[in-house]
Structures are given as C-alpha cells and as structure tokens.
Design a protein around this ligand. Structure first.
Ligand SMILES: *[C@@H]1O[C@H](CO)[C@@H](O)[C@H](O)[C@H]1NC(C)=O
Length: 178
C-alpha cells in the first residue's frame, strides 16, 4: 500500500482494502486553472484542456529544482447539493513523496507523449521546461475512494508557507461504459 493511500485511509478512517481496488469510474476533466501565487511563481503550469475530449495539453516550467524544502498540498472538495464541500482529505507532503507516490503512480501512466520524468528520475524534480501533449487521463490506477460526480482537486506547491505555483482541476467521475 502506498504511503499516500495509507494516509488517506487514516484520515478518512476507511477500510485499508479500499486501497487495493481500482476505481470503477471514467473521468472527464472539466476545467483546469492556475492557482493564485502568493508572491513569486516558481512552478508555472501552462496547461489547458483541448478539444471535445478535453485532453490535457501544454507545458510546465519549473524555475528551480524542486527539492525537499518545498511542500506539496492537495485539497479535495466534492460538489454536493449545489455547493463545494471540502472533503476531509488534506494531503500535506513533500516533493519526493508526491512525485513518486502520487504523480508517478496515478497520473504519470497517462502521460504518453511527454518529457515529464519517469521511474528513478521522478525525484528530485529538476528545473526545466516540460511538455505534455494530448493526455487522456486514465483512472485505471486510481484508488476507489475517489467519489462519483464533480470533484475539485487543488495542487499547491509552497515554499516557506507561501504558494509558489499550482493548479486546480475539476474532474467529473462517472460510471464506466462497459
Ligand atoms: C499542446 O502543447 C504543445 C506542447 O506544449 C504545444 O506545442 C501545442 O501548441 C499545444 N497545442 C494546443 C492546441 O494548444
């Protein structure tokens, strides 16, 4: 079980076997926005959703090596009865754990045409410009605690408690057409 899943299980008080199941949902990316930075932007996300299939496309510029002095925060809210309800799911982690256990496991497999790091190169995440072309997100590796319907996930990268980059994505999870 990944550290990330273990943390989530702890926070939400879920059955740990959940972490071994995969999601039964398909996902559609509804919107993607940059997060507002506090002062300077060190991680620039120039990503957008293109076409009818809303594929993820664009570039990401890291102006610094993302070493362990940074923090990575992930916050999830779900849309219920007409409003965003924060889920009791706040992930507070470090770049290496994020890259290896979250990005590497759940997202990276969908980045087929990209120069984003893989495997042993996931961390530390080096300064540079990265691209991602026409990425169709697959939920195959996702743990099943993701909730059906609209979910808003914020990824914030912080240095000394100040936001230096990040993005907010709204995803729609719906039953898989089989
Ligand atoms: C998709 O991203 C690539 C890489 O950043 C870029 O060259 C291309 O212009 C983008 N395509 C669209 C339609 O925005």
């Amino acid at each position: 079980m990944s550290v990330w899943c273990a943390t989530v299980v702890l926070i939400l008080w879920l059955d740990p076997t959940l972490c071994r199941r995969i999601s039964n949902y398909d996902v559609r990316l509804e919107s993607l926005e940059k997060i507002k930075v506090d002062e300077e932007t060190l991680f620039e996300f120039n990503l957008k959703l293109i076409g009818r299939d809303r594929l993820l496309n664009g570039s990401l510029i890291s102006h610094v090596d993302m070493d362990e002095q940074y923090d990575v925060w992930i916050d999830i809210a779900t849309f219920k009865n007409g409003e965003w309800m924060p889920m009791n799911l706040k992930i507070r982690t470090k770049p290496c754990d994020f890259m290896k256990n979250i990005f590497g496991k759940y997202y990276q497999p969908s980045f087929l045409d990209s120069n984003l790091p893989t495997g042993d190169d996931l961390c530390p995440f080096h300064k540079g410009e990265y691209y991602a072309k026409n990425v169709a997100m697959s939920t195959d590796n996702w743990p099943s605690f993701t909730i059906k319907g609209l979910n808003r996930v914020s990824f914030s990268f912080l240095k000394n408690g100040k936001i230096v980059g990040g993005f907010v994505v709204v995803i729609n999870l719906f039953d898989r057409n089989t």
